[in-house]
Design a protein around this ligand. Sequence first.
Ligand code: FAD
Length: 436
Amino acid sequence: MEASQRSIYNPALETALFFANQLKKPLLVYFGLTDKYKYSNSRYYSFMIDGILKTKKSLEGRGIKLVILKADPPDGAIELSKRASLLVLDRGYLRHQRHWRRKIAEQVSIPVIEVEGDVVAPVEAVSNKAEPYARTIRPKILSKLFDFLEEIPQLEPVKSSFMLDIENTWEEERAQDYLNALSIDKSVPPVQYYESGEDVALTKLKLFIEERLPIYAEMRSDPGVKATSELSPYIRFGQISPVFIVKKVLEHYPYDDPNVKIFINELVIWRELARNYAWYNPLYNEYEGLPSWARETLEKHLPDKRPAIYELSQLEEGNTDDPYWNSAQRELLTKGTIHNYIRMYWCKKLIEWTPHPKIAFDIACYLNDKYALDGRDPNGYAGISWCFGAFDRPFPEREIYGRVRKMSSASLLSKPNFKRYLQQFGKTTSQALKGI
Ligand SMILES: Cc1cc2nc3c(=O)[nH]c(=O)nc-3n(C[C@H](O)[C@H](O)[C@H](O)COP(=O)(O)OP(=O)(O)OC[C@H]3O[C@@H](n4cnc5c(N)ncnc54)[C@H](O)[C@@H]3O)c2cc1C
């Protein structure tokens, strides 16, 4: 268990259980905890460990043992597989996740099955190439959508795995005990705003369906209103299944409800376009991975005068002369996510404040991956790439941005409740409120 960190609606888990029952063997779930992961920090690890401990408990209720070993994820799996008949893996799309799975497949001597359970439509069933636009992948996904909304039967184990003599590296119940034992970056603190766990994800989904989805189409782009699901950290860690989310939404509203259509466009089309990008573009998290027209137009404008050049430390502290940008950075530092609308502004603005768009791109990835609880995810790399022209069309030429779409603070100020956002995250609110 690596990408789908949950006990409910988990196709890899249910597949493993199906085969364990067929073979009349116990099912052991393994989670490898390594502190060598890039951006291993307290924020990210406390969320992950809190979540996995809840999943462990929930699996125990079904007679399934989950072991947490201090090991590189593939190494622990390879070691445990020496005592197993079959190995079932979940699927990840990033470079290191694919490397982990390849290493396992190459080194174990038992059959290995990989199950793709964190998208609605499997990436390779949708397309065999990098899709350039949402509009090109949309019909391909939507034509298959209902094929993949099948119910997943939840089986009971024929044989419990509790008696297996495989001990956890730790038996602690609290994430803090794990954090203390791991050599990770303690300077990025956990966030209070998002309590981890599949139970919390379910509660948030219920709240979203009942209270926020009805205003999603109208209000989702206003950072001052809570109109979105705020599920991204839970989806990121696989604590909730996107298929489950779509099914629950469709239990409450018809498919052609405009709010549902726009929500599915984000959760399924844009999210799965990001997975397509990570899968088929080897440079998915690099400036060089952008379409050539975007790089060329940005570089043509390298001589254009920049309004300011900021050091990384000034950006990281949210200490620029732009109060709106600082608010977004403060939201990232304190809450661990940025509202999607201002996240676009936050990222694009870096193009103006750095001598080269490649530097801007790398800073955006660095800040997003280090502080965003939903970061280190294909969505982050695709979202950042979009800000630099990927998946978008060329716009009329302008300074610095060339033909890449620019976003001005006027678009933020046009949102009726933006003031409320600034009151929440703006330190120098009076400065930020100027012009409203
Ligand atoms: C510069 C930039 C960086 C981003 N970095 C990340 C990131 O690191 N991780 C991340 O999950 N999203 C990222 N996004 C996309 C988007 O900002 C977040 O998914 C969204 O804000 C999460 O809030 P929510 O859960 O309330 O979304 P909702 O509107 O409720 O949407 C539900 C789910 O759909 C998916 N989703 C929504 N919008 C998008 C989108 N534009 N692209 C892909 N998937 C989407 C997310 O999984 C989200 O949780 C980024 C966008 C930009 C412009």
